[in-house]
Design a binder for this molecule. Structure first.
Ligand SMILES: [Zn+2]
Length: 496
């Protein structure tokens, strides 16, 4: 048996992943603009070494050997084998030089996207986007697929996800929320929401966000917080989890809820059992499950009334000039106000999935070769009109708003909505286990953290996503929890 050789190889791969993550982190949090080309090249070199380890003769040998002795392996090694074999099979079909060129392209494209977004000019980005899409389609061709060319990309971020599952899910969701959005946006909230427009000094915002994530349980001695254009979390190791926040002086709630959101991603990573260190199982199992945790902290917890019953006086003490005339009810209504809006990351909980549906439909059309790169902005704007009844004033607030496509992240957006739906299902199970609102009213997050840790976080990637959901909630994935959660929350807030 070659279990020890296999584990040693996995540890080497972990070192390369770490280095790659560090380089990306550095690029997003302060790497110079002029250093873009050299960094892209170095990332390309790293990718090459990483791939040689993953697809080399030594690994091939290990995998053949482990396959033969599969039944005698312990459960952790079995899962390590399954995930490594999947990555191996995927990668082996793609010529190494193309994979390396693609990694360099991804690194370059991100900086080009930043510039195009700043100049509100999609034309600057479209050629590099076309290159990315050409690679992705070619790779999908190498890998092969069943039923739909979008499926392999969906499966990359959510094991087992398909167009078929998503079509059904989004249909159920639309049926549940589109009429609700309509009813809600026709009503005025009878509260004083002036605070939403006020200016909150950025230094104080930073202080408060730090306090919040510490209170929620994020361990700053095993992590780090920085700033970037697009907030994200990067897990170097269970004891080195980093995330970013972005601050706007005139939109305080943006930083507040991205702190809770990224903090949720961070807690997931920090709570993973140390036995999985360096095995490849030492990170969140899928984008959907990851997103369920960030949304759990952001929405179910930090946008709930009981949470602010405890926390609002603290906030008011921080910002007496901005919140002098704002009651708890005003504040709660303000942070949950529903409106059709242009920007996904600033969207309220209810319209959020509509933003995801727009991206899903566009990506599916791209993979079906139904739309060219030149036509994307007009398709985007058309869908914005259809779902939100809004005109898009420029590309920055339209098609260029998200960083994802510049990384080649196609198939990723649906996990945001699926994650919210998982979160609602997890939350229902947690409510049945103990009195969550009562804890939140007391500012006690221990039971919440323990429940999430013991049912979800500690397993890392050891269990498949659907197994995590089934074991934690006793039920298979069902969109009804999400629809019920949204319906009850917004009917009550809007008095419908
Ligand atoms: Zn997230």
């Amino acid at each position: 048996m070659m279990v020890n050789e296999f584990k040693a190889l996995r540890e080497k791969i972990a070192a390369f992943s770490l280095a790659g993550n560090m380089l990306s982190w550095d690029m997003s949090t302060g790497g110079s603009k002029k250093g873009m080309d050299y960094r892209s090249k170095m990332i390309g070199q790293f990718t090459k070494l990483h791939l040689e380890l993953l697809t080399g003769a030594e690994m091939k040998n290990c995998l053949v050997n482990l396959e033969q002795s599969y039944d005698t392996l312990d459960e952790v090694v079995k899962r390590m084998y399954v995930l490594t074999k999947k990555a191996y099979d995927q990668q082996i079909k793609i010529p190494n030089d193309e994979a390396v060129a693609y990694a360099e392209l991804q690194a370059r494209a991100q900086m080009i996207w930043e510039e195009a977004k700043e100049k509100k000019d999609y034309a600057l980005f479209k050629d590099v986007l076309a290159e990315i899409l050409a690679y992705l389609k070619k790779f999908v061709g190498y890998r092969g697929y069943e039923a739909h060319p979008y499926n392999p990309l969906l499966d990359d971020y959510e094991e087992g996800m398909t167009v078929e599952i998503l079509e059904r899910y989004f249909e159920e969701l639309k049926k549940g929320i589109v009429p609700l959005v309509k009813a809600v946006t026709e009503k005025e909230l009878p509260y004083n929401l002036a605070f939403l427009e006020r200016s909150f000094p950025i230094e104080k915002q930073k202080e408060f966000c730090l306090l919040l994530v510490k209170d929620l349980g994020f361990d700053l001695e095993a992590g780090h917080i920085d700033e970037s254009v697009h907030p994200f979390t990067s897990a170097m190791h269970i004891k080195d989890v980093r995330f970013t926040i972005r601050y706007f002086e005139n939109m305080f709630t943006s930083a507040l809820f991205s702190a809770a959101h990224e903090g949720g991603h961070g807690l997931y990573e920090q709570h993973i059992d140390e036995q999985y260190e360096f095995t490849g199982l030492d990170t969140g199992v899928s984008s959907g499950i990851h997103e369920s945790q960030s949304r759990m902290y952001e929405n179910m917890i930090c946008r709930s009334k009981p949470f602010w019953e405890y926390y609002y006086p603290k906030l008011k003490a921080f910002f007496p000039d901005q919140l002098f005339d704002t009651t708890l009810d005003d504040f709660y209504a303000g942070i949950n106000k529903v409106e059709n809006s242009l920007i996904r990351v600033e969207a309220d909980e209810l319209t959020y999935s509509l933003h995801v549906i727009i991206r899903y439909e566009i990506e599916k059309a791209i993979m079906e070769n139904q739309v060219t790169v030149d036509e994307l902005p007009s398709l985007w704007n058309k869908k914005m009109k259809e779902y939100m009844n809004l005109d898009v004033p420029d590309d920055e607030q339209g098609i260029l708003q998200d960083v994802h496509w510049s990384f080649g992240l196609f198939g990723y957006f649906p996990t945001y909505s699926i994650g919210s739906a998982y979160a609602a299902q997890f939350y229902q199970a947690m409510l049945e286990a103990f009195d969550v609102p009562d804890d939140l009213r007391k500012g006690n997050y221990n039971n919440v953290n323990d429940w999430l840790k013991n049912h979800i976080h500690k397993f890392g990637s050891f269990k498949r996503p659907e197994k995590v959901l089934l074991d934690a909630t006793g039920k298979r994935f069902d969109s009804k929890y999400y629809v019920e959660y949204l319906t009850s929350k917004y009917k009550s807030l809007y008095n419908l």
